[in-house]
Design a protein. Structure first.
Length: 609
């Protein structure tokens, strides 16, 4: 067991007991929870925290006036103590071990086989160890004995307690039940049973970790894949049929990773199950189908966008996972450099004009637009969006879903939006000339319009607008600025290794050896357990902002050549995507290879200017 000893909370001054005698779960002491210390809870808190006697007396007086309230709840509400302070003091008072961090990896999932997950969640308790005499249970409220009585009947064993915070117990519950229900691995041994195809539907809003053992193997397999993808923070699940097998891959931090091979004979049953969940036609296997699934995994609400495509060896399935419970990030959490953040907020706070975000699929364009909308969202403006699809619900924003099947495309939706008296309009994507014309016209008639477009960088967006038959004078009159975005994988801080860059690396960075000196940069060492052997963990944004000032407008009026526009912008102080990415390399956040792979080479004349 790693670091278990460190996870046992060392008592603060004045707490002489309550520390676990051994780091091993199997040796945790069995202590009667009714054994009381001489000191009261308040006295222990005043000895071990910054709580004063006056504050304690005031809280006790309030407790007497508020029937049913506990002293700890009053102190937490008044910010005089934390939950951890209260629990540590309670653990000392009851002579119980307190665990600041539960060693989750050492908890045997078999301990929860007979216990419903909702019972553990509702009561904030979890069995963590078993010995010959009792089962040790982690609790967040050691004074609430009724769930322990119920648990004793379920597991038919004596119970001893350790104390931990509710957040630690909630995390441990999810992790242990994930391992207990890891169907994506265990069910492969069961797939030889007959009658795999099932028309049983997945109950909406049911947590997949509550899957019962009597569910059929294919159902358990699909549920296990979804739960595993959420646990590994995958954005997409790919189920790809080939001649000999079905390959399952997850996209994590922008890169596809092989996860599992499934015998090809199970392909039809697997596809049918997924299509049932997405309410698609299971009999139709000749045309593409799109659907949507709403599920819960470990208490998180997940929206799954489903795409099924017929191929030569069967139906290829891609499921995009959107964690609705995580919400949207604030604009100051998007990783914009301070200068770009200041200039970008200046653009989105304008009363009218067109602002564009550009980049490839999966580069963070929509997330940035959502964060920008929430930054300017106040009660005195009317914000409307038209999207395909609506990825996250924004409070106080009217969001419209595109539906081409009924003739509700971007162009049609935009015409209707303009009758709704909007101040700000967000268009999910400008896909054709009609939508581009309406966006331009709206921005020139008193509306602030934000949208996305697919181009490689900011300057080439001008050329793209010309392809939509937008005239140069319309671009210079309407467009306020263009922001290009990319997502780079971060090097895992636990296994990255420093190195002195080679001449090739310096040539790619376009920095001389004399200028670079003896500084070191980082690269992946091949991965570790924390990054699942990839070498990278999580992603960060890099940005290129082109503000349409007078110089840029003069250039666009003369020419629509992206290289010339970019050259003038760089002379004007614009930081390109490649330069922004290399700054992340020099800061030790990512590797040279990651920067090169995700950004386009700059023209030499631009770098020399």
């Amino acid at each position: 067991m790693s670091d278990t000893k460190d996870s046992v909370e060392k008592n603060s001054p004045g707490l002489e007991g309550g520390e676990a005698e051994s780091p091993k779960w199997s040796n945790l002491p069995t202590v009667p929870f009714r054994k009381m210390a001489k000191k009261t809870l308040g006295e222990i808190l005043t000895d071990s925290t910054g709580l004063t006697k006056e504050q304690l007396d005031d809280a006790l007086k309030a407790q007497g006036q508020q029937e049913g309230n506990k002293l700890g709840e009053i102190l937490i509400e008044r910010k005089l103590a934390t939950e951890e302070d209260i629990l540590r003091a309670l653990a000392h008072q009851l002579d119980l071990p307190y665990y600041h961090r539960l060693p989750v990896n050492d908890i045997d999932p078999a301990l929860v086989d007979s216990i419903p997950i909702q019972f553990c969640r509702d009561n904030k308790i979890l069995p963590v160890a078993r010995d010959d005499f009792s089962v040790t249970v982690a609790v967040a409220d050691p004074l609430n004995i009724f769930p322990l009585d119920d648990l004793r009947l379920i597991i038919t064993s004596n119970i001893s307690m350790v104390v931990s915070s509710s957040s630690q117990i909630e995390n441990a519950i999810n992790r242990v039940y994930e391992r207990s229900n890891d169907s994506s691995q265990k069910v492969m041994e069961e797939l030889n049973v007959p009658d795999l195809n099932s028309d049983e539907d997945l109950e909406q809003a049911r947590d997949l970790l509550e899957s019962s053992d009597d569910e059929k193997p294919i159902i358990k397999l699909v549920h296990g894949l979804l739960a595993r993808a959420v646990k590994e923070k995958a954005s997409d699940i790919h189920i790809e049929p080939y001649e000999g097998e079905i390959m399952v891959r997850f996209r994590v931090d922008g890169s596809l990773q092989d996860k599992m091979e499934i015998p090809r004979r199970h392909g039809p049953a697997l596809a049918s199950r997924v299509k049932i969940m997405g309410k698609l036609d299971i009999a139709e296997k000749r045309i593409p189908q799109d659907g949507r699934i709403s599920i819960k995994v470990a208490g998180k609400e997940i929206d799954v966008r489903l795409s099924v495509l017929p191929t030569a060896h069967g139906e290829r399935i891609v499921m995009r996972l959107l964690d609705k419970s995580s919400g949207t990030k604030r604009l100051d959490q998007m990783g914009l450099d301070p200068e770009i953040f200041q200039r970008w907020t200046g653009l989105i706070e304008q009363s009218h004009g067109l602002i564009l975000v550009t980049g490839p699929t999966g580069s963070g364009k929509t997330s940035l637009l959502y964060a920008s909308l929430m930054h300017i969202n106040t009660s005195d403006i009317n914000i409307l969006t038209i999207e395909d699809p609506v990825e996250y619900q924004l409070t106080g924003v009217g969001q419209i879903q595109v539906n081409d099947k009924v003739g509700m495309g971007f162009a049609e939706g935009l015409r209707s939006i303009l009758r709704q008296d909007p101040d700000v309009i967000m268009i999910g994507e400008i896909r054709d000339g009609t939508a581009a014309q309406i966006a331009i016209q709206s921005s020139m008639t008193g509306h602030l319009v934000l949208s996305t477009v697919h181009t490689n960088d900011t300057a080439s967006t001008v050329t793209r607008l010309m392809d939509f038959n937008i005239q140069p004078f319309q671009v210079t009159s309407a467009v306020l600025g263009v922001l290009a975005t990319r997502l780079l994988r971060k090097l895992c801080v636990h296994c990255r290794e420093p190195y002195l860059p080679s001449d090739r690396d310096l040539a790619l960075l376009e920095i001389s050896r004399e200028k670079f000196g003896d500084r070191k940069i980082y690269r992946s060492s091949g991965g570790c357990e924390r990054c699942q052997g990839v070498g990278y963990k999580e992603r960060m944004g890099v940005y290129e902002l082109l503000v349409f000032d007078d110089k840029i407008r003069e250039v666009i009026a003369r020419t629509q050549d992206g290289k010339i526009i970019k050259k003038v912008a760089v002379e004007n102080g614009m930081i390109t995507l490649r330069t922004a990415a290399f700054k992340k390399v020099l800061a030790g956040l990512t590797s040279v290879e990651e920067a090169l792979q995700n950004t386009q080479a700059d023209d030499i004349s631009i770098l020399d200017s």
